[in-house]
Design a protein around this ligand. Structure first.
Ligand code: BGC
Length: 760
């Protein structure tokens, strides 16, 4: 529907109708206005399947929803590093929504994994903003290609569950832009989600729902977002102010209470009618975008989509360790051990919980094989070793040629609504792994978890398979990997630290009462571990394959570019092994020298390529200014410092195989703002400024009597030349006044004015 037509409809609405349109009709629908033919529009969770509630609604996954297909959660799909796959999964979700009459699916969820403890990490993608926003963008494009909207969430800086409705994420400007906003930015700009969901928390003192700076200035003015912003369920705190800030739709219904506030505010003149009209227009625009593109012929074929969920799961499983044990022979006597082999943990708890139409466990997947034995090993309802189950598991393992233990985090250990207390797996499972590995040298562990765990037994087992929360087809997908029917190709989208205390947010995570200071700043995930040269359990970007890949010919289309240009980078990748496989090619960029504190390197692009044995492909990336930039708080913009940068191709963040150096020239000069506190060293950076300053300051012979004098004086008083130089370097322009010389504060102020005039 055209913008004019929508305006016409809005013009016919009463004030009460408009106010009502800005809040849900119930838990999942927007308001209908029958007399104007405006239909109600349904939204549903999300993000990795459809949680459509036909009956009683809730936002915690308590009441039943329709039977649907549960795809792997975000933790896993991010590990695929495969945009195409996410797009296809999105298309499937979009079709399911069309079949079920859902206009917007509530996701993807892109919040940065600041700590392994966040209860909702299983839904989120990565510790790296590029991975998060690229994966989200791909999913959004897929869903929306079916004329169904998405709601990228939770905007902004919602990185913990503790006190999620009142906590205040205190984050500095640079960190917000480089890490937390960046997770949304690429997806919003490129994939254009129809809606955005604001988070519950505050950002630097202002609730996300009422945050004009982020909802309007950033989202709309800077990123060009043109859909509607909806609140997370119950995130509206001050309806009228929130509307002014850019929060269009309140969800769920306020039961009319907030509608009355809006009406009253317009009548009293506190809220302009235009603001209300704009919000209604934005909502109707999306309502009609869906309505006019309804596809009523689509059928929700759950069995077909189950196969899609299996394909996705196969690419989300990361092979973490393989001491010549995998793949297993299909004929060997193998013991499957652990409750999760029979009843996998394949999704997380809370609003994303899908009522799966079927679940394939690993035991079911090997049903016809005849050579697989089973022992349950542990119960995940209580963290207590059951000696009988343990003994039985050890005996079963001993009798086989190899043992595969299906372990992981129980539901009670991670969920929406609360954070994890530690990074450990249940003690009973750790004990089981230790005991089985003692009895059976060929032991493999398959993990079902939404976030990193500590692995005290890492050196005692021969194989580790990270299945994440792999969706309803996880058992089949895991078996495909174990028996080598599928070559693993996923990589970790997050670092697995050795222990929780190593994590950069450890000292300040969850904060004090409602205040959460993000003290680690931009050093989140590998940005921190690399800078500190810390040993980790498994690094960001890491994952093994059953084949090998070699890289060569890292080339660029230019050695030097201005920051207004783009650079093309290519590299050849060859499958040097015997099995077809996919490789995630990672391109990191490092600033060789910088005046600001920067990470050692940052992921700036990635690609997934499929190669037959012996096959070679050239992978090409295009880098623009942003790949070399940091966010300057002086410019309030992205900035590149002229100089050399290393382009690094890595198999992981800790396995860089090729490096090449290029030069980027900045076309933007950072304006210098001189004050009486500016140091001599900073003035010297501009020779003309220093010339002027010396002229003024030389009045003070004691301090600025000339280099020779200074040197001889330094020598006579046994002050090293270095110390003397440092004294001058770090002396503020007002320094000479403090030392009681002849230069006055008025002289210094006049000098400062002259220097600032130079900058104009
Ligand atoms: C969650 C959202 C979800 C909404 C609706 C909230 O509690 O934070 O992610 O979309 O409920 O279920």
């Amino acid at each position: 529907m055209t913008a004019e037509k929508i305006k016409e409809i809005v013009a016919q609405m009463t004030l009460e109708e408009k106010a009502a349109m800005c809040s849900g009709a119930d838990f999942w629908h927007t308001e209908a206005v029958a007399r104007l033919g405006i239909p109600a529009s349904m939204v549903s969770d999300g993000p990795h399947g459809l949680r459509k509630q036909d009956q009683e609604g809730d936002h915690l996954g308590v009441n039943e929803s329709i039977k649907a297909v549960c795809f792997p959660a975000g933790c896993g799909t991010a590990a695929s590093f495969n945009r195409e796959l996410l797009r296809t999964m999105g298309e499937t979700l979009g079709s399911e929504c069309q079949a079920e009459g859902v206009s917007v699916i509530l996701g993807p969820a892109v919040n940065i994994k600041r700590s392994p403890l966040c209860g909702r990490n299983f839904e989120y993608y990565s510790e790296d903003p590029l991975v998060a926003s690229e994966m989200a963008g791909a999913l959004i494009s897929g869903v929306q290609s079916k004329n169904v909207g998405t709601s990228i969430k939770h905007f902004l800086a919602n990185n913990q569950e503790t006190r999620r409705m009142s906590s205040d994420s205190r984050i500095d400007e640079r960190t917000l832009h480089e890490i937390y906003l960046a997770a949304f930015e690429g997806a919003v700009k490129k994939a254009k989600p129809w809606t955005v969901m604001c988070s519950y928390n505050k950002i630097n003192g202002t609730y996300a729902a009422g945050n004009y700076q982020y909802l309007t200035e950033t989202l709309r003015d800077q990123w060009g977002f043109d859909g509607y912003v909806m609140s997370d369920w119950g995130a509206v705190n001050s309806r009228v102010e929130d509307l002014k800030a850019g929060l269009d739709l309140e969800m769920p219904s306020s039961g009319g209470v907030n509608d009355k506030l809006i009406v009253g505010a317009v009548e009293s003149g506190e809220l302009s009618g235009e603001v209300l009209d704009t919000a209604v227009e934005r909502i109707l625009n999306i309502v009609y975008r869906y309505e006019e593109n309804r596809d009523r012929n689509v059928v929700f074929d759950r069995d077909k989509d189950h196969e899609m969920a299996r394909r996705v799961a196969e690419e989300t499983i990361v092979l973490l360790k393989n001491d010549d044990i995998l793949p297993l022979s299909e004929q060997a006597e193998i013991a499957f051990i652990g409750k999760y082999a029979m009843k996998p943990r394949y999704q997380g708890g809370g609003s994303s919980h899908i009522n799966s139409h079927k679940v394939t466990s690993a035991m079911e997947a090997v049903k016809g094989m005849g050579n697989i034995t089973f022992a349950v090993g542990y119960d995940d309802q209580a963290d207590q070793t059951d000696e009988k189950l343990l003994e039985e598991a050890v005996e079963t393992a001993k009798r086989a040629k190899a043992a595969v233990i299906f372990a992981g985090l129980p539901d009670a250990f991670e969920s929406e609504g609360f954070d994890r207390k530690h990074m450990a797996m249940p003690d009973c499972q750790n004990e089981l792994i230790e005991k089985v590995a003692e009895a059976q040298p060929n032991t493999i562990v398959v993990l079902h978890n939404g976030s990193p765990v500590e692995m005290p037994w890492v050196n005692k087992v021969k194989g580790i398979v990270e299945a994440y929360l792999g969706g309803q087809a996880v058992g089949a997908a895991v078996c495909d990997i174990l028996f080598g029917r599928v070559n693993p190709s996923a990589k970790l989208p997050e670092t697995f630290p050795l222990k929780l205390e190593d994590n950069p947010s450890y000292l300040s995570y969850i904060g004090e009462e409602d205040v959460v200071e993000y003290r680690e700043g931009i050093f989140v995930g590998y940005r921190y571990y690399d800078k500190k040269k810390m040993e980790v359990l498994f690094p960001f970007g890491y994952g093994l394959s059953y084949t090998t890949f070699s890289y060569d010919h890292l080339s660029v289309d230019k050695e030097r570019m201005k920051d207004t240009e783009v650079m093309t980078v290519s590299v050849d990748v060859t499958n040097t092994g015997n099995m077809a496989g996919k490789e995630v090619v990672q391109l990191y960029v490092a600033d060789r020298e910088s005046t600001v504190i920067r990470p050692v390197k940052e992921l700036r692009d990635f690609a997934k390529v499929e190669l037959a044995p012996g096959e070679k492909k050239t992978v090409t990336f295009t880098l623009d200014k942003r790949a070399f930039a940091y966010y300057s708080v002086r410019l309030h913009d992205w900035h590149v410092e002229t100089g050399e940068f290393d382009l690094m191709i890595g198999k992981s963040s800790r396995d860089i195989v090729l490096t090449r150096t290029v030069t980027v020239e900045s076309t933007v000069r950072l304006p210098m703002v001189y004050t009486t506190d500016t140091t001599m060293g900073d003035v010297k950076k501009n020779p003309r400024a220093w010339e002027i300053a010396r002229e003024v300051l030389k009045k003070d012979k004691d301090l600025f009597g000339g280099q020779e004098e200074a040197e001889s004086e330094a020598a006579s008083e046994a002050i090293s030349a270095e110390m003397n130089a440092a004294m001058e370097e770090y002396m503020p322009l007002r320094g000479p006044v403090n030392f009681g010389g002849q230069v006055t504060m008025a002289d210094v102020q006049a000098l400062v004015d002259r220097l600032n005039a130079l900058e104009e």
